[in-house]
Design a protein around this ligand. Structure first.
Ligand code: NAG
Length: 281
């Protein structure tokens, strides 16, 4: 039902802006500013949703499984389930997204504009996402909530002071995969010293919470026990960021003494300067 309403909404959007495909704006923008940089699956899957999309498991989210950087080695095994945070909602063209309010004080108007029942699960996701985006950053933190692909690209370019970026995400060769043992078969570390990380948030259309980070990023090839091949992104933090603090505790190391790492779910993105995409073994 929600899906139907959303589709009706998108149809209205499409009529309103005079385009037949609400996604084409995002895709055209990608082509025009990202040169020949390949589109990561986290973005491709939004623009071209597949029918087999996305059962979300809230337990054992892959992003909450922390490990030490020294475990990132060929031959290491880990029990993981690769998941998505969100459920296959589309990008809106920037001009449409910018015309829709995005603020807690406007919540009733937002819900009515998007034809969303105020007591639905989607309404509470919308409320929580706006609250996360409006929260006061802790000292030294910066973030930006992107309500369109165009604004996510522009933010990443300005944050990294470069118009020559690439984006990466975790990609899993099967539509769904169980929680299972994975073996690392290879990995590369990105040379970039600065990244922008963007996390997909629950919303009626694609919204990402983006922030600069000095974490290091790895692309990691994994083989699942059932044969599923995964090209995963892992990030390792030195800082005791919120959520990471707890991980230090669990791993029994002093916060900030060793990098702790986690894999990214399939709908998260890392942006980095293209030159730095020369990954090192
Ligand atoms: C951004 O990049 C330009 C050109 O590469 C450089 O001249 C400038 O100093 C950089 N700005 C910052 C704030 O790093």
């Amino acid at each position: 039902m929600t899906r139907f309403l959303l589709l009706s909404f998108l149809l209205l959007v499409a009529l309103a802006v005079g385009v037949s495909n609400a996604a084409s704006s995002a895709e055209d923008y990608w082509r025009s500013v990202m040169q020949n940089s390949p589109m990561p699956s986290a973005i491709h899957d939004i623009i071209y949703p597949s029918k087999a999309a996305v059962p979300t498991s809230h337990e054992d989210k892959v992003g909450s499984v922390f490990f030490l950087e020294q475990s990132l080695q060929p031959g290491s095994t880990m029990t993981l389930q690769f998941t998505r945070t969100t459920t296959g909602v589309p990008f809106l063209p920037r001009q449409v997204a910018d015309s829709i309010p995005f603020s807690s004080s406007m919540l009733p108007g937002i819900l009515s504009r998007l034809s969303i029942n105020p007591s639905s699960k989607m309404a509470s996701s919308i409320k929580n996402t706006i609250a996360d985006c409006e929260a006061e950053p802790l000292a030294g933190e910066k973030w930006f909530c992107a309500t369109s692909l165009e604004s996510m690209i522009d933010y990443s370019m300005s944050s990294l002071n470069s118009s020559n970026l690439c984006a990466m995400s975790t990609s899993v060769a099967k539509a769904t995969s169980p929680k299972q043992k994975y073996t690392i078969t290879g990995l590369k570390k990105a040379k970039a010293s600065e990244l922008v990380a963007c996390h997909a948030k629950g919303y009626a259309y694609a919204v990402f919470h983006c922030h600069p980070t000095t974490a290091s990023a790895y692309t990691v090839a994994l083989d699942g026990a059932d044969g599923t091949k995964v090209q995963a992104l892992a990030v390792c933090h030195m800082d005791a960021a919120p959520g990471v603090e707890e991980a230090y505790d669990k791993l029994g190391v002093k916060p900030g003494s060793l990098p702790v790492c986690h894999f990214l779910p399939q709908d998260d993105l890392i942006w980095l300067e293209f030159r730095s995409n020369d990954l090192v073994a």
